[in-house]
Design a protein around this ligand. Structure first.
Ligand code: UDX
Length: 460
């Protein structure tokens, strides 16, 4: 089939490459001419495992091309996937739909034959219905155009795998024709047994925000338990393991720590609250406000524990930071908890030296005031305190004995609860974590002071 994918960010670039790889003719579209030029040469505009190889392969075969022209897109494809961003509005919690609207309004007048516009971006319930009215007004007389919603559930860092082998495909359609077209688009996946749920556009729109709300709630639940564990002297990692054995609960998304960030979960739960309010059911999702607050609190807790470990004041302290991205296997620093903590500590007077395997360039562009280095050892050299803020696998493989020799003071805060604390302690490190008890200090070490209960307010 001839498909277009409009918007070539973390979602669209991967979708375009995967659709071409599964045999379709694909035209990727973006307003960013530099990004399009790069993609047209088969070069990935961001780091995502497996994407580069897939782009090269499909650009070389000619199945995947790129353009900045919506007119060319309209003339080329029968199915148009809308993959542009839906960020949070500046002065409200609601989603900003101006990019989605611009795509649909820019495309509709050029459509010539029967067309299906398929939204993949995360949008408030009711968006498909609203866009359908716009398209009906803008498409040429007699041209049959339908708008459908087919939300995307990919996780950054696993985007290629998630797109090729999704847990499910949700098709929000208003006609059997649209349903048949989507079944054709995804035929290889359906043959491989991927569940396909055909429903109304409103249900499809809601599935996505409900899924993200559930995941965010699960993370905030375990982080709330981490706060209780800190107060009770209990261990949240063991607690999560014990909960996770209950198959009704499950172990995934119970990793306590610095909390969630990124371009999706934080803004999606806020947009959901805003939309529910408009629909008159704000009370039904009011708990998401707590989820958001618990999440933000983990950043403050991390700064407070770090300050305590640094002797009560960051002024003049050298802090080594491991991690800038909002999660491992990504270069994305949007709403990154790691970067928020690093910036707060810097504002409070510390010299911050940061290393991240993939995120340095993006971090530097939004936080140029921090010092960036190109390996973990350098970040720890001469540090009064090391903070482990993003759980990249390579940080688990670090040799704590080697790092202890070069740090000024061997103290580390594991804000992701993934380092082997016993190993680090045996190499001479004082280790603290979120929601885990600190063992009694050895005679030559200082005992950990209790975490301040009033959280610092120096965080965005
Ligand atoms: C998320 C959804 O998982 C995906 O389905 C949706 O399409 C987009 O939003 P993503 O933003 O890529 O995907 O990241 P995800 O893996 O969900 O992690 C989100 C954040 O939660 C990260 O900051 C991660 O570090 C944090 N997290 C995740 C935890 O703090 N604890 C956990 O147990 C899991």
């Amino acid at each position: 089939m001839r498909l277009t994918v409009i918007g070539t960010g973390y979602l669209g670039a991967v979708h375009a490459a995967c659709m071409a790889d599964s045999g379709h003719e694909v035209l990727g579209v973006d307003v960013d001419a530099r990004k399009i030029a790069r993609l047209a040469q088969g070069r990935a505009p961001f780091f995502e495992p497996g994407l580069q190889e897939m782009l090269t392969r499909n650009v070389e075969s000619g199945r995947l091309r790129f353009t900045t022209s919506l007119r060319e897109a309209a003339e080329f494809g029968q199915v148009h996937f809308v993959c542009v961003g839906t960020p949070q509005k500046e002065n409200s919690q609601a989603a900003d739909l101006r990019f989605v609207d611009a795509v649909v309004e820019g495309l509709a007048p050029y459509l010539r034959g029967p067309s299906l516009i398929v939204g993949k971006s995360t949008v408030p319930a009711g968006t498909t219905a609203r866009l359908t009215v716009r398209v009906d007004a803008l498409a040429p007389e007699g041209v049959d155009v339908e708008v459908a919603w087919n939300p995307e559930f990919l996780r950054e860092g696993h985007a290629v795998e998630d797109t090729l082998r999704p847990d499910r495909i949700v098709a929000g359609v208003s006609s059997s024709r649209a349903d048949a077209v989507l079944r054709d688009v995804y035929a290889p996946m359906l043959r491989a047994g991927v569940p396909y749920i055909s429903t109304t556009p409103a249900t499809a729109e809601l599935v996505k925000v409900a899924a993200n709300s559930f995941l965010a709630t699960k993370i905030s639940f375990i982080n709330a338990m981490a706060e209780v564990c800190d107060a009770a002297g209990a261990d949240v990692v063991t607690l999560a393991e014990a909960l996770g054995h209950d198959t009704r609960i499950g172990r995934r998304f119970l990793a306590a720590g610095l909390g969630f960030g990124g371009g999706c979960l934080p803004k999606d739960i806020r947009a959901f609250m805003a939309r529910a309010g408009e629909l008159g059911v704000g009370d039904s999702v009011a708990f998401l406000h707590q989820v958001d607050q618990i999440n933000g609190r983990q950043r403050h807790r991390t700064v407070d524990i770090a300050r305590d470990m640094a002797g009560g004041d960051f002024t003049g302290r050298r802090i080594g930071v491991l991690g800038a991205t909002f999660k491992p296997d990504s270069d994305d620093v949007r709403d990154s908890p790691a970067l928020a903590v690093a910036a707060a500590i810097h504002r409070q007077g510390a010299t911050v030296r940061l290393y991240d395997p993939q995120g340095i360039e993006n971090a530097r562009s939004v936080m140029p005031q921090l010092e960036y280095v190109h390996d973990a050892t350098k970040a720890c050299e001469g540090a009064d305190l090391v903070l482990h803020l993003t759980e990249w696998p390579e940080f688990r493989r670090l040799d704590p004995a080697v790092l202890a020799a070069s740090a000024a003071v061997p103290k580390i805060l594991d804000a992701r609860n993934t380092l082997d604390a016993a190993l680090w302690r045996s190499a001479g490190w004082t280790v603290r974590a979120l929601g885990r008890p600190t063992p009694p200090a050895l005679p030559n070490q200082q005992a950990a002071a209790p975490v301040a209960s009033a959280y610092s307010s120096d965080l965005g």
